[in-house]
Design a protein around this ligand. Structure first.
Ligand code: HGY
Ligand code: MN
Ligand code: MN
Length: 413
């Protein structure tokens, strides 16, 4: 059985990690930022140096392929990939592993002239982390992007997508042109770190992903009354921060107790206004998310936490507004692709386990247009979205080889 080259893959992982690299390790490489655009140029060069054709679509997705050039329903490709954008102070493997292991597989297949009936292609999807809108590039590719919303898509720090893309040389309003022709992708398989503790704690080498959670995000704004922090009697205060804090704690309890047992929730962005120490906060703004593998449970929980916000606000004499921001659909991975991954892991003599992904991924969009699946490798200590995210080099090699033989098998089906 042919094998991927771990040294070449590791060398590229280290090279990519330099774009947006942080002094203490990890990366900050947000979509469309200067380090991300430098990484884009580097990746295009690596794809071409590997003997593949490289191109970029209107949504900023990067592609590589052997002689495919474009997506053609008459010659449906087997596609692999992930993303090269990162969260702030993230790890060097989240996304990068799937893109560079995919490149390694295509290059190895090219070098060994390994037989495959269907053409193979590689993708690096833009803004997977959703700085401006979750899973942006793969949504555009899969025809799931609401182009009317592009002008209003904004990062939490206020930067508009249109401006960020323009600085990188793209016209955001044309992103919808990235839509792939129906039938042009025969299958999609993505290698990714698990980003959680389950595989490592179970001592399992390969995760065969069965499904991917949906994520609902909303901006929750509590409005009370700014007041003097010293002279305003405590019982007269309409403190927006305290209302938000009470709601956040109770929303967590609600999701944990009334969810499926796999439901999770987070408040990752908080701001108070006017935001100085001697004024009682008149306004508190939170970005809240709920994740859940089952679509109906996700909708039910979103409704309940919104009702909770209204009750907390009313009891404290405040107003509250809940503005939905984004909602991705939970996806099932194709049994055909799961079976191919399982078989490749078995032929490589690797232990494997089926599991759902508690992280969102581009594969959940690809599942709308083709048979899609994912391969997980264990994350050390389950750590991810933090600079000390890492996986053993042996795990990286195992993941790349399972991807290699999954691609070859899918290219024969
Ligand atoms: O947030 C996520 O689930 C993924 O890492 N983008
Ligand atoms: Mn991530
Ligand atoms: Mn990722």
């Amino acid at each position: 059985m042919i094998r991927a080259s771990l040294p070449r893959l590791e060398s590229r992982l280290q090279a990519l990690a330099r774009f947006g690299g942080l002094p203490g390790g990890g990366v900050t490489r947000p979509a469309w930022s200067p380090p991300h655009e430098e990484a884009r140029a580097w990746l295009l060069g690596e794809i071409r140096a590997a003997g593949l054709e490289a191109w970029v679509d209107a949504a900023g997705n990067i592609f590589g392929g052997a002689g495919t050039g474009r997506f053609d329903p008459g010659r449906a490709v087997v596609l692999t990939g992930s993303h090269i954008d990162s969260v702030p102070e993230g790890g060097i493997l989240d996304g990068a592993l799937g893109v560079l292991a995919g490149l390694e597989c295509l290059e190895t297949i090219q070098e060994t002239s390994a037989p495959h009936r269907r053409p193979l292609a590689l993708a690096a999807w833009s803004d997977e982390e959703g700085r401006y809108g979750s899973l942006f590039g793969s949504r555009a590719f899969c025809g799931l992007l609401d182009a009317a919303r592009i002008p209003e898509m904004t990062a939490v720090d206020g930067e508009r997508l249109v401006d960020a893309m323009a600085r990188a040389g793209f016209d955001a309003r044309r992103a919808g042109e990235a839509r792939v022709p129906a039938g042009a992708v025969a299958a999609y398989v993505e290698l990714h770190i698990e980003q959680g503790p389950r595989l490592e704690e179970a001592g399992i080498q390969i995760g065969v992903v069965e499904g991917i959670v949906g994520v609902r995000r909303a901006r929750v704004v509590f409005t009370g009354q700014a007041d003097h922090a010293g002279t305003t009697p405590m019982e007269r205060r309409r403190d927006a921060f305290l209302a938000a804090a009470e709601w956040a704690l109770k929303a967590r309890e609600l999701v944990v107790r009334r969810g499926s047992g796999r439901s999770v929730t987070n408040v990752g962005v908080v701001s108070v206004h006017p935001g100085v120490t001697n004024i009682v906060p008149g306004r508190a703004e939170l970005v809240h998310e709920i994740r859940e593998p089952d679509a109906a449970v996700l909708v039910r929980l979103a409704r309940r936490v919104e009702g909770l916000a209204r009750r907390v606000a009313t009891r404290r004499g405040l107003e509250v507004e809940v503005r939905p921001m984004s909602a991705t659909t939970p996806a099932r991975c194709a049994p055909r692709v799961q079976a191919v991954i399982e078989d490749a892991a078995a032929r490589l003599g690797l232990t494997r386990q089926r599991l759902y992904s508690a992280a969102g991924h581009d594969a959940q969009n690809l599942a709308a247009v083709t048979d899609a699946g994912m391969i997980f490798i264990p994350s050390a200590g389950g750590r991810s979205h933090r600079v000390d995210e890492t996986s053993d080099r042996e795990a990286i090699e195992r993941g790349a080889n399972v991807l290699l033989h999954s691609l070859l098998a899918l290219a024969e089906q």
